[in-house]
Design a protein around this ligand. Structure first.
Ligand SMILES: CC(C)(COP(=O)(O)OP(=O)(O)OC[C@H]1O[C@@H](n2cnc3c(N)ncnc32)[C@H](O)[C@@H]1OP(=O)(O)O)[C@@H](O)C(=O)NCCC(=O)NCCS
Length: 146
């Protein structure tokens, strides 16, 4: 992801989430040495989706991911998560976390199909009182105690 992608990224973000990240939040991710935001580009610079991964030492986190409606169901989300996992592995990350709304079955299926496991719940984590499902992925299949 570059600053030039942000108009499209922010537009997808606003259509995807009730409390969307702002342009400034994406800029912070672009500037952070802990983060390496990714875009999936369909053609002619059209952004199909994006994913914001963050790393602290040997732990990674997927902070944000969305695919534009017109590109959903075509493997873009899978490609983005797989790319993030490959980059985390190259950077020496051992364990990756994410949070997802308990009602977001498409996203939960995506993560489970790629090897993420349910690790717990954060009660009333979202603005509407919905719980978050905490999921984790262990690089090389190494299991860790929470
Ligand atoms: C979740 C999201 C990123 C998936 O992206 P996508 O490009 O449509 O997903 P893919 O086409 O790569 O599908 C990968 C897997 O996701 C799951 N999946 C995707 N859409 C699904 C749906 N509507 N219902 C159930 N599972 C679904 C399937 O397990 C699928 O595996 P398959 O390819 O073996 O069928 C996309 O739906 C999205 O942007 N949603 C809105 C924003 C959001 O919820 N982000 C996640 C916040 S944690």
């Amino acid at each position: 992801m570059t600053e030039g992608d942000l108009d499209q990224v922010v537009a997808i973000e606003q259509r995807s989430f009730p409390l969307p990240w702002t342009r400034e939040q994406f800029l912070d991710e672009l500037r952070s040495s802990h983060s390496f935001p990714l875009v999936a580009v369909a053609y002619d610079g059209v952004v199909a989706g994006y994913l914001c991964p963050s790393q602290v030492l040997d732990e990674g986190e997927i902070l944000d991911v969305a695919v534009a409606e017109e590109f959903q169901g075509q493997g873009v989300g899978r490609l983005l998560v797989e790319s993030a996992l490959a980059s985390f592995r190259e950077r020496g990350v051992l364990r990756i976390f994410l949070e997802v709304r308990v009602s977001n079955q498409p996203a939960i299926s995506l993560y489970q199909n790629l090897g993420f496991q349910k690790a717990g719940y954060r009660k009333r984590y979202y603005e509407n009182g919905e719980d978050a499902l905490l999921m984790d992925f262990s690089i090389n299949g190494v299991e860790h105690a929470i």
